[in-house]
Design a protein around this ligand. Structure first.
Ligand SMILES: [Zn+2]
Length: 198
C-alpha cells in the first residue's frame, strides 16, 4: 500500500467511525480497541485513573481505547480485549512478571495482571500509574501480535527502578519500533473496517 492509499484508507475509516451512532443517539467515533477489564475488589477510582492514563498513552500511538465492565461482547468493529486483575499470583507462575498477555487468540481472557506484584512495585500514590503502564504494555503485545520487547520505553521487558521513578513524573513513551508496529496494526484494522462496511 503506498502512502496515498494509506492516507485514503485512514481518512475513510475516520469518516466511517465518525458517522457511527451510539446508543444515546449522538454521533461518536468508534474506538479502535475495547477493553473489558475485570478488576475485582480494587477501587474503581484507582482503576479509573489507570484507565485514563493508559488511554492517553495509547493515544500518543494513534490508538483510541474504551473501557467496559461485564462480560466481553462485540463492540462494533473494535478489537476486543479481555483483561483480568488477579489478586494474588501463584509465586511459581511466571516469577517476577507483573502481567501476561496470551497472543494468537481472538476471544476470551487475553491479559492477566497480577495485583500483588504490581503493588510490590508501587506505593499507594504510584499504583495507578504503574498499573497504566502494565495495561499499555500488555495491550501493545496484543496489538503487535508478537512476543517481543524494546530496549527502551513502555515495551521494555522489565521496568527498572529508574523507570518506576520516571513514571511518577511522566509516562514512559513508545520506542520508534513499537510506534511502527502499532501503526501497522492500525492500518490493517482500518482496512478491515472499510472492507466490512462496504
Ligand atoms: Zn512484555
Amino acid at each position: 500500500m503506498n502512502r496515498e492509499e494509506t492516507m485514503n484508507t485512514k481518512w475513510i475509516a475516520a469518516l466511517l467511525a465518525a458517522m457511527t451512532v451510539s446508543y444515546a443517539g449522538a454521533a461518536q467515533p468508534e474506538p479502535d480497541v475495547v477493553v473489558f477489564f475485570h478488576h475485582g475488589t480494587q477501587s474503581p477510582t484507582v482503576v479509573g485513573l489507570a484507565e485514563v492514563q493508559a488511554t492517553n498513552m495509547l493515544a500518543t500511538a494513534g490508538v483510541t481505547v474504551a473501557w467496559r465492565l461485564g462480560s466481553a461482547r462485540e463492540q462494533g468493529h473494535a478489537e476486543i480485549i479481555e483483561a483480568v486483575l488477579t489478586e494474588q499470583a501463584d509465586p511459581n507462575v511466571r516469577p517476577g512478571a507483573m502481567a501476561f498477555a496470551t497472543l494468537g487468540v481472538q476471544a476470551g481472557t487475553r491479559i492477566e495482571i497480577y495485583y500483588n506484584r504490581v503493588r510490590m512495585n508501587a506505593c499507594d500514590e504510584a499504583f495507578s500509574r504503574v498499573l497504566a503502564h502494565v495495561l499499555v504494555h500488555e495491550i501493545t503485545h496484543v496489538l503487535e501480535g508478537v512476543e517481543r520487547h524494546s530496549a527502551s520505553g513502555v515495551m521494555k521487558a522489565r521496568f527498572a527502578p529508574e523507570d518506576l521513578i520516571q513514571m511518577r513524573r511522566a509516562p514512559l513513551s513508545f520506542a520508534t519500533e513499537d510506534l511502527a508496529l502499532i501503526r501497522a496494526w492500525s492500518e490493517k484494522h482500518n482496512a478491515r473496517l472499510v472492507a466490512g462496511l462496504r
